[in-house]
Every structure is written in structure tokens, then in C-alpha cells.
Ligand binder design. Sequence first.
Ligand code: PLP
Length: 482
Amino acid sequence: MDAEQLREYGHKMVDFIADYYKTIENYPVLSQVEPGYLRNLLPDSAPNQPDSFQHVLDDIQTKILPGVTHWQSPNYFAYYPSNSSVAGFVGEMLSAGLNIVGFSWITSPAATELEMIVLDWLGKMLKLPEDFLSAGQGGGVIQGTASEAVLVVLLAARDKILRGVGKGALEKLVVYASDQTHSALQKACQIAGIYPENFKVLKANASTNYGLSPELLSETISKDLAHGLIPFFLCANVGTTSSTAVDPLLALGKIAKSNGMWFHVDAAYAGSACVCPEFRHYIDGVEEADSFNMNAHKWFLTNFDCSALWIKDRSALVQALSTNPEFLKNKASQANLVVDYKDWQIPLGRRFRSLKLWMVLRLYGLENLQCYIRNHIKLAKHFENLVAEDPRFEVVTPRLFSLICFRLLPPPNNERYCNELNHELLDAVNSTGKVFISHTVLSDKYILRFAIGAPLTEEKHVNAAWEVLQDKATALLGESLR
Ligand code: PLP
């Protein structure tokens, strides 16, 4: 690592990235390349001799960027956002620069201690119960993704119950969630050895706005108990991936508690909004939870990856995930004076991820972050109104945050073509390269998702996207009438 070369390349790369952001709207939002495009553009093997930095930058411009989908484009409205910001970026840069591997406190005390402090800060911003903060038996940890977060708490919960009922009972352990829950939970169950038939996916429908019904949960648990099964884990959602549905946390949490189950809350996307007092009620009932997760990398200006997980009983995680090999032993860990985050996650190694979240919190402050969320929600209301004003479209589920679920209605007597029509509309819109939106299916209806949350998005981008949608709808409806 030559410091002067770092300075030279680093300045050039920052210039390159700044120029990228200045011209980001010139690129098609959704990459338009064909599968395998890059094989034809790059040599078969790595060079024997070093290439020049400028040559590499040129290749990035001409060969790599065409194959990039521009998540930071103001015209990106697909899936959920993945935020980038100056603060998040420079934090990420510092993390790469220091390049520590902070698995135990001793490997970089600042990495562990800053992570504990920053997650306490964020926990307080979200008004999480004190039990989730590091002063007591709980605390926060940064995982890479919500998938890792739900996996580690599932493992903690599994081992905790098995310590009570005996290891042989694994085949009886039951996990519950609504059918709107992210597939990350299914994957976690597969990894944790939960028997597939014991992963109970409970149907949620339009009558509860796709929230999980406490009555259905209670009934299912009672039946399972009667069959000698052991209910042990419930995952609830605040902001589902399809439609931002919110499960009734308080009622569900009480059922989980009365049955001795672990209660996890997945607020990967919508958790960010809860730093605003007017949206905090969406996580009312979180006091019943054993663990709570939100992705700061989705909608909180923190560059990927930064998934914040809080847990009330950190010893449950540590008991499930700790190992203590000779080569990692050290005085601070042996004396139990410190947190060693290696015992709160799957891998050993870990990056200094708290730096970027710390930078975001310090350089923007709570008030700006609240304004940021509110602005996207205002834009989402605006888009919702645009859709509602055009009788050819309908808003399908109530908008709670900054996602609008809507669809194009078919011409009279053509209802059965509705799904096909919306699929075609999605493809037509995305192939323009002017916007990128995604879809879902709810109650057998093919639905378009318009998720506002890219940091550069302004009202003019929302209006332009709506124009593209309207134009393509006009063309499609014209064709279908012919
Ligand atoms: N949970 C919800 C509600 C999500 O929306 C997502 C992804 O969008 C996930 C979990 C999985 O996220 P990750 O990629 O962080 O594992």
C-alpha cells in the first residue's frame, strides 16, 4: 500500500464516482445488456503485467457501467431502495482504508465499542425499549443483511429451546410467519434444520391488509400443541416486501410470550421511517419482541451493507454462536470484560461497518434524517394521487410508507387479461431505460410496485416516471382493443 499511489488513484476514483453521480441520469436505469455480455468484452485470463489505472477506468466506463443497474438513479423505483450518501460513502471509504478485521474486541477495540454505541444511538432514535440497549443484558450488532439477522436469532432461539426440551426434539420445533414474510426466513429455517413441514406459513389477505391475523396464529399454535409439536419462533413484519404490510405486533407478541416463543420483528425497510414520531406507532408492541431488525442500508442513507439487529438477551446469541479456540484467546475476552462480536454472527471476520452509520448519524443528524424520510413519503403520496386520478389504474393496497402498489385495469370484460397486461406494462416501461419498477403478486393479482427512496429522487422524476407509465399504458390498451 503506497500512500502516494493511494492519493493519486483515490483522487481519480473519487472524481470518477462524482462524475458518475453527476451524469447518472444519462444511463438506462435497468441495465439493458444480454446475459453473458461481459465474456465477449474481457480477456480470458488476468494480465501478467500491471495495467495502467487509466486503462482500467476506461474499461469501467465502456464495459462495466453498461452492465450496471443504477440503484442510485433518481429514476430507480424497483424492489426497495439501497441508499448511498456522501457520509455513508466516506465512512465506507475509511472502513476500506483502515481495513481492520474486528472479530474480537482486542482486534480493534474502537470497532466493537463504536458499533455498540452507534446501535444504542439508533435504538434510542427508534425509541426501542431499554432492554435492547447495551447497558443491560441486550444490545445491537450490525449484520450484513436482514437474512443473516433472522438466521442468527433463529439459531439462538432454537438452541435456547433445545436446552430446555432436549436436542432430540428438533423435529418438533415449529416456526410461524405470514405468507408475506420475506423468503429469508424460509432460508434460515432450511439452514437451522427446521423440518420443512414445521415452517408454518399463515395466509394473510386483503381483509387485514396483508397483516398476520392473531386469531389464525392462536388457532394454529393450539392445533400444533395438540399434536405434540413445540411452537418456538414467530417472525412478524413491519413493512413486508410485497406491499409494506404491518403485522399487529402487540397482539402477536403476547401470543408468542404466552407460549414461550421467541418473537422476532423484521422491519428491514420500514424501520427507518420509525425515527419520525408520526410513524413510530408502526412498531408499537416491539416491547414484546426478543429481537428487532432494520436495514440502515435500505432507506437510511447508509451504504450497503448495514443491517441493524437488536436483541434483548445477548447471551442467547453467544451461547448459540460462540467458539473459543486457543488462537483467539486473550485477556479481555477471558476476563469477560468485553463484547466479542464474532459470537453474534455467522462468520469470524467482520468489517468496521459502524463507521459509515456513525458518519451518517453525525453528519446529517436526526432532524435531517426525519426530513429525508418525510420527503419520500410526500412524493409517494403525490404518486398515489396521480394513479388515483387516472381511471385506467387502481391503487391496490393502502399506501403506508413510500411504496405504492397499483395496477392497470383491463378494458371492460377483459379482467382475465389483467395480469398479462400488467406484466406487459412492466416490461414495456423497464425496457425504455427511463425508469425501473418491479412487481409482486397479491391474492393472485399481478401488481406493479413503485418504491420511492433513492436519495436523488425529486418530484420531477416521479412525474416523468408517471408519464412513461401512462404512455405505455395508452399504447398497450390501444393494442388490446384492436
Ligand atoms: N425483510 C424484508 C422486509 C425485506 O424487504 C428484505 C429485502 O428487501 C429482506 C428481509 C431481506 O433483505 P436482505 O437482503 O438484507 O437479506
